[in-house]
Design a protein around this ligand. Structure first.
Ligand code: FNR
Length: 183
């Protein structure tokens, strides 16, 4: 079977991040047709157009990893009703040089995870706004606003049964979304 390579970007840099735990559960629940791999963003120097003359190695590697991917999944918390700066920086880095936007056409999906009850709805939709600009077609349904994150995982980071069921449906829908756009 040919596996589709999917980059998973996590908006939080925190060691014990609930969003990272969600990413690890998602990777485990993904169907065989998808090979999910976390693409780290914390090492990327802040975007500065002046650096494009001789781009930092971290930018070059990040852009290449995106180009080699068949799709992108974002898992993010909400910081002050938007996405964390680290994630916005990663989007900016991947989007340039303009004629070589590494995101272009990659089937996308968004999961937002927060401790509060709103499931980081604001971050989820701010992110979608940037993804339109960088030409990532984002799966519209199912939407994934995961609230109450502090109660979802056991001591080994495993998701509770009902959320696992939802996440499984989500990733199967995403597999269909990738097939639909890539065929
Ligand atoms: C937050 N948090 C937060 N939560 C939320 O639902 N809406 C918000 O606007 C914010 N704003 C915010 C700003 C900053 C600077 C921090 C550090 C935190 C809380 C946030 O959702 C919570 O810390 C999550 O646990 C962060 O995700 P990780 O690190 O667990 O993946």
């Amino acid at each position: 079977m040919v596996h589709k390579k999917i980059a998973v970007l996590i908006g939080s840099l925190r060691r014990e991040s609930y969003n990272r735990k969600m990413a690890l559960n998602l990777i485990e629940l993904a169907p065989e047709s998808l090979k999910l791999e976390i693409l780290e963003i914390g090492q990327l120097p802040m975007y500065n157009q002046d650096l494009e003359e001789n781009p930092p190695r971290e930018w070059v590697e990040f852009r290449q990893h995106l180009k080699d991917s068949d799709g992108v999944i974002f898992i993010t918390p909400e910081y002050n009703r938007s996405i964390p700066g680290a994630l916005k920086n990663a989007i900016d880095v991947g989007s340039r040089p303009l004629q070589d936007n590494a995101w272009a056409g990659k089937p996308g999906a968004v999961i937002s995870v927060s401790m509060g009850s709103l499931g980081a709805f604001g971050a989820n939709h701010h992110l979608r706004q940037s993804l339109v600009t960088v030409n990532v077609p984002v799966m519209p349904q199912p939407e994934a606003y995961i609230g109450g994150a502090a109660k979802l995982f056991d001591e080994n980071g495993k998701l509770n049964e009902s959320t696992r069921e939802f996440v499984k449906k989500f990733i199967l829908s995403y597999a269909d979304w990738v097939d639909h756009l890539r065929s």
